[in-house]
Design a protein around this ligand. Structure first.
Ligand SMILES: Cc1ncc(COP(=O)(O)O)c(C=O)c1O
Length: 336
């Protein structure tokens, strides 16, 4: 099976497993796991932030800043398509007690003018804007750096915190040539995932200034995220940052080939094709498309009412050629 459902299905490679086996470990709740500490230092260095904290998941990396900088009577301005709005079980409201306010966006990319128009506060009976949340990449799309700079400037003018959900920020770096540090400079904190295209079994890093990360540690503990000898998993993160960043270019090239095959198929209308993701509409019902692809050993998903294909280290260049061939072979009767 060619698994194109998500880059979260990536499996740890033999080399990554060896790095995990050999990891030096300690009690991370006491800050004594040398492998976790090394990974956190790498995260801080790569993002240009003072400090970093290993967190259980991307959701936790989003939730902690919302809890620390949002809270009762506070608002976060974000895109309606954002992960915090759509895919985190409403934790923004239920756990962070923060009200999401949607500014205008296209495929998840915020319009800075609309962001500014949503900022308000100080009324005796209203909630106050506190955070602006930006997601890069969003549905595979790369945020223009200028847009991020504009949003950061607006935030500074209004004394708001900027949280960057950079779950796939390394995909943005590899595709755009703009460093993670440059993107992270447009935000007060950034979280990025190790368990997506970078291929680890778990974990994200949350990076920011020392004061923020110290508060984040307590928040992580509060959420039940204090873990012990997790250097065994952090070693996978170190391996991923050292070996799996540049290779994301292969995933992007594979995505391009599959996207071309879909565009030329006559039945698919590609709406988004960027970094490692494709979103497309089809002239057939999407469940029929998914079933037809499955018969060709291709696994894909439906998301936001469209077909979704994600390339990752699960898929080699040879696999991509086979996928392209299979898509080109699909005939009308395959969709019945
Ligand atoms: C943009 C984005 N942010 C956050 C997350 C949450 O990551 P996790 O599944 O590790 O909680 C995801 C997961 O797919 C994501 O795509």
């Amino acid at each position: 099976m060619f698994d194109l459902r998500s880059d979260t299905f990536t499996l740890p490679t033999e080399e990554m497993r060896k790095a995990m086996y050999n990891a030096e470990v300690g009690d991370d709740v006491y800050g004594e796991d040398p492998t976790v500490n090394k990974l956190q230092d790498m995260g801080a260095e790569l993002t240009g932030k003072e400090s970093a904290l290993l967190v259980s998941s991307g959701c936790m990396g989003n939730l902690i800043p919302l809890m620390l900088k949002g809270g009762r009577g506070k608002e976060v301005i974000c895109a309606k398509e954002s992960h915090i709005a759509q895919h985190e079980i409403g934790a923004v409201c239920s756990l962070a007690a923060t009200l999401p306010v949607y500014a205008d966006s296209k495929f998840g990319i915020l319009d800075p003018k609309s962001v500014e128009s949503k900022i308000h506060g100080g009324a005796y009976d209203g909630s106050d804007s506190a955070i602006i949340e930006v997601e890069n990449t969003t549905s595979g799309l790369i945020y223009p750096l200028e847009t991020m700079k504009e949003i950061k400037k607006i935030a500074e003018d209004h004394n708001l915190w900027v949280h960057l959900d950079g779950a796939r920020i390394f995909n943005a770096q590899v595709a755009s040539g703009i460093s993670v540090k440059e993107y992270a400079a447009c935000a007060d904190d950034i979280t990025f995932c190790l368990s997506k295209g970078l291929g680890t079994p778990a974990f994200s890093l949350l990076c920011g200034d020392k004061e923020f990360i110290e508060a984040a540690k307590r928040c992580k503990k509060l959420l039940g995220g204090g873990q012990r000898q997790v250097g065994i998993l952090a070693a996978a993160g170190i391996y991923a940052l050292e070996n799996n960043v540049e290779r994301l270019a292969i995933d992007h090239a594979n995505r391009e080939k599959i996207s071309t095959a879909l565009s030329e198929s006559g039945w698919a209308d590609v709406v988004i094709s960027s970094t490692n993701m494709i979103f497309f509409k089809a002239s057939y019902p999407m469940d029929k498309v998914i079933a037809a692809m499955r018969k060709k050993d291709i696994l894909m998903l439906q998301d936001a009412g469209m077909g979704r294909i994600v390339t990752s280290l699960n898929i080699s260049e040879k696999d991509t050629d086979a996928i392209v061939k299979a898509i080109r072979e699909l005939k009308e009767e395959d969709f019945r």
